[in-house]
Ligand binder design. Structure first.
Ligand SMILES: [Zn+2]
Ligand SMILES: [Zn+2]
Length: 389
């Protein structure tokens, strides 16, 4: 089959590789009809995630038809149309049975690597380094899906691929970011970053009752997309965002603040090599700019929601401001499985049509070019969907 393979830093290639096969009884093989490039893939592309190996298949946002199932999978059959959550979850451990699917204790065979840094490992992820399981990803014609009796979620035929594909990651990720804000009717939510997850956080905040959303980005096309959802927008290069936000909120600040800039770093985990830590720390320092702004701008008693994983160690996070203002800080990788039934209902009812975010539709062969376009935010690129067949 054809697959998008990571070869080295800023070098991805479409290669011919062996078809995946069932290995365990709870596996399924999915024939992929649509797959997307995620912002977090760019951290792999740019070489910031350790434990990638040449030839690793990328991709964790994919959907398609079930091609084959192991004998331990009774809830799926050949021909079922499914979306596949990006975290791999066993369904039976303490965390899975408490709706904390991205914390699954059984799906990362290389957990020891992540434990060195975090104490405990998160779940395994598709296409996201050996430290997070070494699973082949879904930017390919086929993928092996472990724990297929738990992850793949059936979607109805009358919805297009582009309407349901983002249930795999960015829609639930934006939704969990908004849900973590404890939005009360009429609240004002400030969102840093109008990339794909920011866009879904904006729309989710409105779905959850926000009165106003103020969204910030430096890219005009991304601000325009936020405007279409009803958000007020600011240029994130404004040197005085704090006072602008304060002025816009009657002097008290936004009720909640979402940092959707660093959020795409699903498992931007550090290696034990200290040089790597320093590299990541520079990247993280850059990202901490947004986290610092969010903590600083948030009203007293408000919530700062960070949808995703920072690399490791952040410099100069104003924790004193957080403590003295009584802020709640919520974060985490997305528990995708938990949100799927609810978010599918939003799509079916017409409350949201996730296909709005797609700006580029290409074949899998164009992956190398699209990684560059997306990374450089060229050509108005917000979200790339690839067709493998
Ligand atoms: Zn993603
Ligand atoms: Zn589990």
């Amino acid at each position: 089959m054809k697959a998008v393979c990571w070869e080295s830093r800023t070098n991805v290639r479409v290669e011919h590789v062996p078809d995946p096969a069932l290995i365990n009884p709870r596996d399924a093989i999915v024939r992929i009809t649509s797959t997307a490039i995620c912002g977090s893939d760019l951290h792999l592309y740019d070489g910031f995630i350790p434990t990638m190996e040449a030839g690793d298949i990328l991709g964790h946002e994919f959907m398609g038809f079930v091609e084959d199932v192991g004998r331990g999978v009774s809830n799926l059959k050949k021909g079922d149309r499914v979306v596949v959550p990006f975290p791999i979850a066993c369904g039976h451990c303490y965390f899975c049975t408490h709706d904390l699917y991205s914390c699954c204790d059984n799906s990362n065979p290389n957990a020891w690597m992540a434990e060195k840094l975090y104490g405990y490992s998160s779940s395994g992820l598709f296409g996201y380094s050996h430290m997070l399981g070494g699973y082949a990803g879904g930017q390919a014609q086929y993928a092996r899906v472990p724990f297929a009796d738990v992850g793949p979620f059936k979607v109805p035929e009358h919805l297009s691929d582009e309407q349901v594909l983002f249930l795999t990651d960015i829609f639930p990720t934006g939704f969990m970011a908004a849900e973590n804000c404890n939005i009360q009717p009429g609240h004002t939510v400030a969102v840093w970053g109008c990339g794909p997850v920011g866009q879904f956080a904006i729309r989710s905040a409105f779905l959850l009752g926000a009165g106003r959303v103020i969204a910030m980005d430096s890219v005009p096309e991304r601000r325009a997309m936020a405007n279409e959802a009803g958000a007020e927008t600011l240029d994130s290069m404004d040197p005085d965002l704090f006072h602008t936000l304060r002025y816009m909120t009657g002097g008290i600040g936004p009720d909640s603040c979402i940092d959707a800039v660093g959020m795409e770093a699903h498992g931007a985990h550090l290696d034990y090599v200290y040089d790597k830590v320093k590299t990541m720390a520079m990247l993280a320092t850059d990202r901490a700019t947004v986290l610092r702004q969010a903590i600083h701008a948030c009203r007293k008693g408000g919530t700062v929601s960070v949808p995703g994983v920072y690399g490791g160690f952040l410099d100069k996070v104003p924790f004193g401001a957080a403590m003295n203002k009584g802020l709640t800080i919520k974060t985490g990788q997305t528990h995708v499985h938990k949100y799927l039934p609810r978010l599918l209902r939003y799509i079916e009812s017409g409350a949201i049509d996730p296909s709005f975010v797609v700006t580029h539709r290409v074949s899998l062969d164009e992956a190398p070019r699209m990684y560059r376009t997306f990374r450089d935010k060229k050509d108005g690129c917000v979200k790339v969907v690839m067709k493998p067949h």
